[in-house]
Ligand binder design. Structure first.
Ligand SMILES: [Fe+2]
Ligand SMILES: [Fe+2]
Length: 180
């Protein structure tokens, strides 16, 4: 396994989340009852899997390594800005969900920000996949690929957390509102 392939594998999971997020936004818009526990689970997967695990693998290891070759710096800068945008949208989802739980009707903003998050993921993953192809083919050495991969695997707590988050994605896909 290489670092690039690990990030592609992360993207496969994030793609599943993207589908869940779009479906959830649509169902909320149509008035479907979605339990707060499922909405909370979505915000947890976003914050733990996308932000804490996946974006850290990119921001703390992969991007700096590619940039150290004086390569693809504009793309990396754009991705960092997009990560920040994603974090802001995720914060808005959580904020409105919290208000909703205290009694205010926040169905519309939660649906709207979920959709915005889905659009962000779709566009961002598409561009990054192309970037991974370029970095793999033209920039990173085999040794860097395997060293970064070992780094990813070395933090047991993170690997375990990623596995847990994939189980949460499985459970969201099995919800009746998702399967409608
Ligand atoms: Fe990213
Ligand atoms: Fe990514």
């Amino acid at each position: 396994m290489s670092a690039t392939n690990q990030l592609r594998a992360d993207h496969d999971q994030v793609k599943r989340l993207e589908k869940i997020v779009f479906k959830c936004s649509d169902e909320l818009k149509q008035g479907t009852d979605i339990p707060f526990s499922d909405l909370t689970k979505i915000t947890i997967v976003i914050s733990e899997f996308v932000d804490t695990i996946h974006h850290s693998r990119e921001e703390d290891f992969y991007f700096p390594c590619v940039a150290s070759h004086e390569s693809l710096k504009d793309e990396i800068h754009r991705f960092l800005v997009e990560h920040e945008f994603g974090r802001n949208v995720a914060r808005l989802i959580s904020r409105h969900l919290k208000l909703w739980k205290t009694g205010s009707d926040e169905r519309e903003p939660v649906s709207r920000y979920l959709k915005a998050y889905g659009v962000f993921l779709k566009d961002h993953l598409h561009k990054e996949n192309k970037f991974f192809d370029d970095a793999e083919a033209q920039v990173l050495t085999k040794q860097e690929e395997s060293e970064m991969y070992e780094e990813y695997k070395s933090v047991f707590a993170i690997v375990k957390k990623a596995e847990d988050m994939i189980l949460e994605i499985d459970s969201l896909e099995s919800c009746s509102w998702y399967q409608k």
